[in-house]
Ligand binder design. Structure first.
Ligand code: UDP
Ligand code: MG
Length: 311
């Protein structure tokens, strides 16, 4: 019988572990496949790990990877994928927002021959207005700037065939943005739409600030188009300045418009000061990313695990 791995990054999810495992067991197609559950404890500060260890003692299907500290959702997920052995690997969140009753639909699409089956969240009415609107705007900006298109509402709830996982595990990027890399990889992909549940317990780990960081790192990890934007912007403004030059010379009148000249000069300096800082910041960001990447540090560190040696 073929095996399906389910990878679940967990950060401070102590109350969600048991219900999630129960729900997965209820919905998994046991008649057709074996399964392994790999929890990645991403440096939780609560009893998440103890909870998992407790279940793993009596359940040969439950495994865990304990990371040495919090490495963030994307790195935790990568860790799980690296260690998964199944013929297909499903990744999902630990808070039941990704409904386990969809497991069978994901697997059925895979059986039809798709290599990647991803999910699209229908408009989440429970998310705050700000989170929804900013999410939509972000996908629009992202698709405009990045070289790949990500669809609205896609998150890290998907199935990947072994072939895809084997390629993905070779990636060693410092700032992973998995939901952008998946469309980038190509393969035969299919989508499933779903209604997200409410988070079962605890609160979201993605504050607005963390979302903003993920948003920027998403774009800059997949595309250098913002650098082109800087060049176009610079060229356009220089062209405008050239066109304006004759008008300025012609309008020169001694002893008049002193305040006007002074004010417009100040405005121009401030405007271009801001613009230059923005452009320099953008360039700096890419240099910073290069700096982090050339160190080739591991993107996560495993402190402990109950996975057998074949992993
Ligand atoms: N998560 C993680 N490390 C982190 C933050 C989150 O492993 O640093 C996990 C978290 O436990 C959950 C998933 O990533 O299983 C998604 O996080 P969350 O539900 O907080 O995000 P949201 O659904 O609100 O976008
Ligand atoms: Mg969630």
């Amino acid at each position: 019988m073929r095996t399906i791995s389910i990878v679940i990054p967990a950060y401070n999810e102590e109350k969600n572990i048991t219900p999630l495992i129960a729900s997965i067991k209820e919905h998994f197609p046991h008649d057709r496949y074996q399964y392994e559950l790999i929890f990645v404890d991403d440096g939780s500060k609560d009893a998440t790990l103890t909870q998992i260890e407790e279940v793993a003692k009596h359940d040969e299907h439950v495994f865990y990877l304990e990371l040495s500290r919090n490495f963030g959702h994307q790195n935790a997920l990568k860790a799980g994928l690296d260690y998964a052995t199944g013929d297909a690997v499903i990744s999902m969140d630990c808070d039941m927002q990704h409904p386990p009753h969809l497991l069978n639909s994901l697997i059925e699409k895979w059986e039809e021959g798709y290599d990647i089956v991803y999910t699209r969240r229908e408009e989440n009415q429970s998310a705050s207005f700000l989170k929804r609107k900013s999410g939509n705007a972000y996908y629009r900006i992202f698709n405009w700037l990045a070289e790949v298109n990500i669809e609205k509402g896609t998150a890290d709830f998907r199935l990947m065939d072994r072939r895809v996982v084997d390629i993905f595990t070779q990636f060693n990027e410092d700032d992973l943005f998995i939901r952008g890399l998946v469309p980038w990889m190509g393969f035969k992909q299919a989508a499933i739409d779903y209604h997200p549940n409410e988070r079962l317990s605890g609160k979201t780990k993605y504050s607005f600030r963390k979302m903003a960081v993920l948003a920027i790192s998403g774009i800059t990890s997949l595309s250098i188009r913002p650098l082109y934007a800087a060049i176009y912007l610079g060229l356009t403004i220089s062209a405008l300045a050239l066109i304006a030059t004759p008008f300025v010379i012609l309008s020169f009148q001694p002893r008049h418009h002193i305040v006007f000249i002074w004010a417009s000069l100040l405005l121009t300096i401030v405007f271009f000061g801001g613009l230059q800082l923005t452009v320099m910041g953008t360039i700096g960001l890419y240099i910073g990313k290069t700096f982090m990447q050339v160190k080739h540090r591991p993107t996560y560190i495993v402190r402990n695990s109950n996975l057998p040696d074949k992993h």
